[in-house]
Design a protein around this ligand. Structure first.
Ligand SMILES: Cc1cc2nc3c(=O)[nH]c(=O)nc-3n(C[C@H](O)[C@H](O)[C@H](O)COP(=O)(O)O)c2cc1C
Length: 165
């Protein structure tokens, strides 16, 4: 039995999509957990904040959850043609926790999905660049839901399977 970590970078439709992924993973006989990034309520990363706050337990929890997972699925809305701040901020905090933070992402299989207003392709491209830079193996196929592309359970079934191969 494999374990998939699912990150939701917004509490609206992207969290709904993360929940659909969660149910999909369980239906396939594996286990999953969702991290609602907005509810982590992380402070904004700045070099000053890093000096002042030495230990953020929620960041340590995410590190443990990543290390305990076999794959990662990220559901994030497009903001201004790019990655929403909560996801960027989490990655910044993770990156300063230890010298070998790359082990969190290196060779990790990552599936990318979005529910966005009009487009969604830009946030997929941005996340693909970000996670590839971190050493992850990002699935070629992504899931984009927007005004003209509706939810398709078959796409979730395929990604939940593919991300574990
Ligand atoms: C600050 C901000 C910037 C946005 N920029 C874009 C954008 O560049 N492209 C797009 O397709 N949608 C954009 N949207 C719309 C969101 O992607 C869309 O509302 C999404 O469904 C929100 O996800 P949620 O329901 O999970 O909160 C933007 C929304 C906000 C709040």
């Amino acid at each position: 039995m494999a374990h998939i970590l699912i990150m939701a970078a917004s509490t609206g439709k992207n969290l709904d999509l993360a929940t659909s992924f969660y149910n999909t993973v369980l239906t396939q006989g594996n286990t999953a957990e969702i991290i609602d990034l907005c509810r982590l309520n992380l402070p904004m990363y700045t070099p000053e904040a890093e000096k002042e706050i030495s230990d953020i337990s929620s960041v340590n929890n995410v590190m443990e959850q990543l290390l305990a997972s076999d794959a990662l699925i990220v559901c994030a809305p497009e903001y201004n043609g790019s990655i929403p701040p909560v996801l960027n901020n989490l990655i910044a905090w993770l990156s300063v926790q230890s010298d070998d933070f790359r082990m969190l992402f290196n060779r990790r299989k990552v599936g990318l999905a979005t529910v966005s207003g009009g487009g969604g392709q830009h946030v997929i491209m941005s996340m693909r660049m970000q996670f590839s830079f971190l050493g992850s193996n990002v699935l070629g196929r992504s899931i984009v839901i927007n005004k003209t592309k509706s939810f398709n359970q078959l796409s979730l079934d395929a990604m939940a399977t593919e991300v574990l191969k």
